[in-house]
Design a protein around this ligand. Sequence first.
Ligand SMILES: [Zn+2]
Length: 435
Amino acid sequence: MVAEHPMRSRSRRPWRDVWLLPLLLFAACAPDAAPEPEDDAWIDGKGDGASAVDIASTRLDVDLATNTAVATIGLEKNGNIELEVGGLTITEVTDNRGRRRYKILNGKLRVSSVRGPIVIAYAFSQHAHADGLLPGGSTVIWPYFCGNLFPCHSRPADGTTFALAIEGVAAGKSAVYPASIDSDAPPYMLAWAVGAYKRIDLGTTTAGTRVATYFLPKGEPAARAGTRNLVKVFDWYERKLGPYAFGGEVAAVPVVWGEGLFGGMEHHPYWHVAKDAMSDEVTQAHEAAHGWFGDGVRLRCWEDFVLSEGTVSYLSARALSVVNPSLQAKIWAEYQGELDAAIAEGGAPAWPHGCNQIDILKDRLFTNLPYMQGAFFYKDVAATVGPDVLDGVIGRFYLAHRNRAASMQEMIDAIKTDTGFDPTPIAEARLRKKF
Ligand SMILES: [Zn+2]
């Protein structure tokens, strides 16, 4: 995270001046204070891109009146960086060494020998195709459009903490966003939503998590309908899978997405749901479950997409069926209809081979196949080992991989290790097969 600014600590704790001054004098003549040479090969894009330093933390100070922001990016270690900034206009780059020379090549910002957090001032713009700040006032950067909103690595495995502050919100509206996310999350998790929001507190889980929903004008009945079992569902996730990773308060937030976007998006702790889907309990339970898979456990590779969507499609059906058994038959009948339609339409296999070789959009991995084949994969496993036993496997998997990246193969291995049942034939038939 960002180191405290020395001016601020001086004004609050004047005693620090007494020893800070000699320390600075010493630092000024210490040998390692000599300026490090720029790595020109890196800046010019000739260096080895694989050696770029990973991101540890992302702080954004955003001004929506001017669509400008300052990003403070903490790094795993000092070194050369390459950040996605395809949709941004960079105005200044500084680090602990001062103002830095940089180059933008193929939408990537390259700076060499970065010391300490890198601070990037920039402007961003509105995007019409669900790839940044949308006309409706919310943001979507899934799967790899974070570079239209802030400097980033879009790879889901590279987790980051977040801090966000937003000013310049139009009169009569408010911005819903998390001020901080203190454990590692995938880059696409961060979002904000601006609108004429009102809020309903729904209750508190056994573990103490406060659950709420927001609504837009005329949206209260839909918000209440979709979240009628949400506290119980969230409580079930916490009890069966393990502690929620992204703070003590969660909420569903309706957003105006416009054409071509349906359902919801796992922007924890305040997940977004398209205004028209707010009344749908399955969508709400699905987005909530991403707190455990997709966000809580990140994808090692885009090819592991089914570990996010298949797992949460199963978990949402499972949780809703437990808290309201009358929903079970209806949900699985709907899933079967969606599966049949997805098979008829085709696409990439639900779980393709490889690691980050696929373009999740262009190569059509983003279809309903990973969602529904994934859900039925777990349902088939549960039919053999028992649903309660499978809950236990998924919970232990979550605790073992929480706030880290994992693969679908590791889930299959965990099922085999924990239950003695090898689900590989089911995975081959449902997840590896191309339709
Ligand atoms: Zn999902």
